[in-house]
Write a protein that binds this ligand. Structure first.
Ligand code: ATR
Length: 287
């Protein structure tokens, strides 16, 4: 490889299904940039050495994915405040050996709803289903964007309580309410919700049971499912049938990548090229 070529990558385990190399390399190629992006399978016990290799080998930037997003914080030189609140990093920039951690997942979600659905989160009320890593990034970024209220519904209440606690501590103006994910609780709060977001994995598999009774959707403005494969989950189908605004997770995936690209290169990438690269790759893997 020529020394002029700058290397980027993603560290994860497993990393085989990642779409990131396709979206970044497509833009590098179309913009004639001497950059290359590749996936590295990094076992948990090798994370520290792998992060050190960013400095040693001079990688310009790296994405971090499951299961390393939380563990990686301890190895970085600087972490931007929103990533620190979220407690997870998905993007590292190498500034002459200084490793800076960012989280573009939450902002990727916000940018996607702004660009694709023309939704401004300010003053809106959100209900997030699930309280895993994706929910945490989205909820905290929504709070930072001054949304009015966030309900976090989860089977395991303690995880929802933990996200609400982080928001109360860091963004006290946003009301964050943990709730148990069951029909009685959803029925109690749903009239106070504008936008529903599914962050659970329910809907990925064909035989997955129904996440939510469709009667709960009637009073909503929009439904977003962060699942992108399949492109239309049962939840999104039912929301569309009711005439609500809907979006799948393709926008969030694309914009988290576009934001990382901008952090690394200072260039705003052509987002549609990135999105189309993912769609093309998904079609290939489906056949
Ligand atoms: P990620 O980090 O990608 O967000 P995760 O940490 O595995 O994923 O989180 C998955 C979320 O989906 C969790 O909140 C999980 O609920 P629990 O915390 O109670 O396990 C939720 N989830 C998974 N399967 C579910 C189901 N069948 N019904 C409701 N929630 C479910």
């Amino acid at each position: 490889m020529s020394s002029e070529i700058q290397l980027f990558g993603i560290f994860g385990y497993p990393v085989i299904h990642t779409m990131s190399p396709y979206m970044h390399n497509e833009v590098f190629e179309q913009m004639n940039l001497p950059y290359f992006y590749t996936a590295f399978e990094v076992l948990p016990q090798n994370l520290a050495k792998s992060i050190e290799s960013i400095r040693v080998l001079g990688l310009k930037g790296v994405n971090i994915t499951i299961p390393h997003k939380e563990a990686v914080l301890q190895y970085l030189d600087e972490i931007i405040p929103s990533a620190r609140f979220i407690g997870a990093v998905n993007t590292i920039k190498n500034e002459d050996g200084k490793l800076i951690g960012y989280n573009t997942d939450g902002l990727g979600f916000i940018t996607a709803i702004r660009e694709d659905l023309s939704i401004d989160p300010a003053e809106k009320s959100f209900l997030l289903l699930g309280a895993g890593g994706a929910a945490r990034a989205i909820a905290i970024q929504l709070a930072l964007e001054k949304c009015r209220k966030i309900y976090i519904a989860n089977r395991t209440l303690s995880k929802a309580e933990n996200i609400a606690y982080i928001i109360k501590k860091n963004v006290p103006l946003c009301e964050a309410n943990p709730v148990l994910f069951n029909p009685a609780e959803i029925s109690r709060i749903i009239k106070d919700v504008d936008i529903l977001v599914n962050t659970t994995s329910v809907g990925m598999k064909k035989d997955d049971s129904k996440l939510l009774d469709s009667e709960f959707l009637s009073s909503l403005y929009a439904v977003i499912d962060i699942i992108y494969n399949p492109p239309e989950t049962l939840l999104l189908k039912e929301a569309s049938r009711k005439g609500l605004k809907t979006a799948n997770g393709l926008g969030m995936l694309t914009f988290q990548g576009a934001l990382a690209f901008e952090i690394w290169t200072g260039i705003k990438p052509p987002v549609n090229i990135m999105r189309n690269a993912i769609i093309k790759q998904l079609k290939k893997t489906d056949t």
